[in-house]
Design a protein. Structure first.
Length: 198
């Protein structure tokens, strides 16, 4: 078992797994905007490049639901993010392509004892990475400019397949079930790609 916790200690998600499926380095504007918004609300410092960590969607226990809220960046947004609304730790993200088999959290924006010691599988959505910011990627990492590119060869990398095709498990509830319990997401109304201002 592994845990994802908020920084103030009021929220905790216990998973059946104690090791991540893997992670991507993500340069997308939405992930960056989401952590910058949380930073302005009092959360951890938002970085330009996120460590998007994927875990099986198999939740054994949830503590502090009354302090958790789901959010969408804007109307029509696809990623539903769950924050602790006391310390604005980002606890989890659901996206339709995860097929209810996995969910994601961002390294450094919550606390975890889940093993995330593996190397990043790829660097994704790098066309969105700010051109004026320094970028230090691991040598030899596969760079994916956009997950919408017609070239899907990156999806066949073994480390990526492990993230995208986790084995089924039925020990706990899915992240989508937690989202239903938390209620309708709050829509932030942030403009795509815009800098977050207080």
């Amino acid at each position: 078992m592994g845990k994802i916790k908020c920084h103030c200690g009021k929220c905790e998600i216990t998973l059946a797994a104690d090791k991540a499926l893997g992670y991507f380095l993500c340069g997308c504007q939405d992930c960056r905007q989401a952590v910058k918004w949380a930073e302005f609300k009092g959360g951890q410092k938002g970085e330009n490049l996120q460590k998007s960590i994927y875990v099986p969607s198999d939740i054994l226990n949830v503590k502090g639901k009354e302090n958790m809220k789901p959010f969408l960046l804007r109307k029509g947004g696809k990623s539903t993010r769950v924050y602790c609304v006391t310390c604005y730790s980002l606890l989890g993200v659901d996206f339709p392509v995860y097929n209810d088999q996995r969910f994601m959290f961002i390294g450094g924006h919550c606390l975890t004892d889940i093993d995330t010691s593996m190397d990043p599988a790829v660097a994704i959505n790098m066309e969105d990475y700010p051109k004026d910011k320094e970028l230090n990627l691991p040598d030899g990492i596969t760079i994916v400019n956009s997950i919408h590119d017609p070239d899907r060869s990156w999806t066949q990398i073994p480390e990526v397949k492990k993230i995208r095709e986790p084995p089924p498990s039925n020990k706990g509830i899915r992240f989508s079930e937690l989202l239903k319990e938390l209620g309708s997401p709050i829509i932030l109304g942030l403009e795509a790609g815009a800098d977050v201002k207080k």
